[in-house]
Design a protein around this ligand. Structure first.
Ligand SMILES: [Cu+2]
Length: 120
């Protein structure tokens, strides 16, 4: 009996936390939208790393990878959602993902280079 009450209390606390957390995230999203009329995000390819390694965006955001290395890289979605040709140093590649989810990608030239995009 005592255990049940504790669990219920915990469930209520977690629910409250989740509701507050979601409301906070929505508010942040609204502010971000005011700052930039169009949804664009950039991933830098630098020193054989994707930066940021994990990027969270809203669905429909134009995501642009900019290669700041001298060497060519590419970006290949492991879920086969996008695939660039070789991106030379100073060049860019843009992809738009409309469906929410978590997308992993890599540089096929340097398979240790990994990145992740979370589309909300
Ligand atoms: Cu590479």
């Amino acid at each position: 009996m005592r255990r049940l009450v504790t669990r219920r209390y915990l469930a209520a606390a977690v629910a409250t936390f989740l509701v507050l957390g979601v409301a906070g995230a929505q508010q942040q999203g609204a502010q971000a939208q005011q700052a930039a009329a169009t949804n664009e995000a950039e991933i830098s390819i630098q020193n054989f790393h994707f930066m940021p390694e994990t990027l969270t965006v809203k669905a429909g955001t134009a995501i642009t990878w900019v290669n700041r290395d001298e060497e060519p890289h590419n970006v290949v979605s492991l879920e086969r959602v996008f695939r660039s040709k070789a991106i030379d140093g100073g060049e860019k590649f843009t992809a738009v993902i409309d469906k929410p989810g978590t997308y992993n990608y890599m540089c096929a030239v340097h398979p240790h280079m990994r990145g992740q995009i979370v589309v909300q």
